[in-house]
Design a protein around this ligand. Structure first.
Ligand code: URA
Length: 449
């Protein structure tokens, strides 16, 4: 049967909703082997999915586990998700900020996918932090703490857990219908009422250009709204890594600094404030984004946001003082500098090359069973547009597990382009879509008026 479905998709045919349900159930039970699912995914990668097939995958993923009823927990439950990027740690920042304002944040996230990082792997670099919780624990921690940060499990979208892991290592992530089904299945199953989406545009994500990103954003908003999930989707730049660090523990370290109100990277700070403000607005705590941004800033300055992060980590298994000595506890065993080979302007840091270089270094997986080195990552010393001299440090690479990192370092080095030409300025935010439609944005400040 599965072989007929593979053949049909190879020939550009369509699967019925019933077939997709049967396939997903069989795959989740382990009756459909990975090799057949991988072949089917590759056929879909080349031939595409119809909207009906995409929606059937969404329904099948949701019903593979328990759909959470959070009506017993007061308040509008709000979540956020990114389609995936390099250095994108916004979830680690906005979840505690928003929940510290009394808005419940139930968040099911994913692991590293392809060359992009994953919130779960970042959280698991925190010693003791458990991301695999039962549905009952998920609801209890949300009710007690106001935020819960987990991964798919046997009860929470198990089919997405298996499919996501397989797509990661078979280079079949970039299928818009499956990206939408994967993201929304988690958000609908977890019981959220509101959702902020960040659709990443550029080589560091899965959508290379604005047109494809708008199409995916429209699909995500339409399918979310059909399922009662009030959704706003932003299209934002992912040509270059976001923030000062990429890698699991390095991104947690950077997020903790932002939560403590320390000076963050300007583009990262803007994206955190924008997405956080949208969540606060969706959560009903502010009538407009300007007021919501003010609440966001107060939560950071007052110390409530970092305190909430500590509460979440503690509730999910980490020691109460886990963040006090966090940097020392995840100290990498090895480090190497990337230096400028010539003088000039740092015109480009290629996000995708950084992403694959980090996978090589051990921050992501080449096979589903690969362990992840939580300490592996990169700190950017120079940023696009900086003038540098030959020999100046551009970045520091850190890791612990890999014995010979020469190839990874070479790959990471290739990501940096020093030239005589100035760096090309790119907008941070390209568009915003909601149930009314999509509009082009070029200055993120436009969204706060
Ligand atoms: N995030 C997800 O949860 N799924 C995808 O397919 C891509 C990004």
């Amino acid at each position: 049967m599965v072989i007929d479905w593979i053949r049909r998709k190879q020939q550009g045919g369509e699967l019925t909703a019933e077939e997709i349900r049967e396939l997903t159930e069989g795959f989740t039970r382990g009756d459909v082997p990975d090799y057949q699912m991988a072949a089917l995914l590759m056929a879909i990668y080349f031939k595409g999915l119809t909207a009906a097939e995409g929606k059937a995958f969404l329904r099948a993923l949701i019903s593979s586990g328990e759909r959470q009823d959070l009506s017993g927990i007061p308040g509008i439950k709000v979540d956020k998700h990114s389609t995936g990027g390099v250095g994108d740690k916004v979830s680690l920042v906005v979840a505690p900020v928003v929940s510290s304002l009394g808005i419940p944040v139930p968040m099911i996230s994913g692991r590293a996918l392809g060359h992009t990082g994953g919130t779960l792997d970042k959280l698991e670099s925190i010693p003791g932090f458990r991301t695999k919780l039962s549905a009952r624990e998920f609801r209890r921690i949300l009710a007690d703490v106001g935020c819960v940060l987990v991964g798919q499990s046997d009860s929470l979208v198990p089919a997405d857990r298996r499919l996501y892991a397989l797509r990661d290592v078979t280079s079949t992530v970039k299928i818009p219908g499956l990206i939408a089904a994967s993201i929304l299945s988690k958000k609908i199953a977890e019981g959220a009422n509101g959702l902020v989406l960040d659709v990443k545009i550029g080589e560091g994500g899965f959508l290379p250009n604005e047109e494809e990103a708008v199409e995916l954003a429209k699909l995500l908003v339409a399918w979310a709204e059909e399922n009662g999930l009030h959704t706003v989707a932003l299209g934002t730049d992912m040509e270059t890594p976001l923030g000062h660090a990429a890698g699991n523990a390095p991104e947690v370290i950077e997020s903790l600094k932002i939560l403590k109100g320390e000076e963050p990277d300007a583009r990262l700070a803007t994206l955190c404030e924008l997405q956080g403000a949208m969540m606060i607005w969706l959560g009903g705590k502010a009538n407009d984004l300007r007021v919501a941004r003010q609440l966001y800033r107060e939560a950071v300055v007052s110390g409530k946001a970092i305190q909430k992060m500590q509460e979440i980590a503690h509730a999910q298994g980490a020691a109460g003082d886990v963040f006090e000595n966090f940097e020392q506890n995840v100290r990498p065993k090895k480090k190497a500098a990337i230096t400028a080979s010539r003088s000039g302007i740092l015109a480009r840091i290629h996000a995708q090359k950084i992403g694959w270089g980090l996978v090589d270094l051990g921050a992501g997986r080449k096979k589903a069973s690969d362990p992840v080195d939580p300490t592996a990552g990169i700190y950017f010393v120079a940023r696009e547009g900086d003038t540098v001299k030959a020999g100046d440090a551009l970045a520091e690479v850190v890791w612990s597990a890999l014995n010979d990192a020469a190839e990874s370092l070479a790959r990471l080095r290739e990501a940096f382009v020093v030239s005589d030409e100035p760096a090309t300025e790119r907008p941070l935010v390209f568009f915003v879509c909601d149930r009314v439609g999509c509009r082009t944005v070029r200055q993120s400040e436009e969204l706060f008026v």
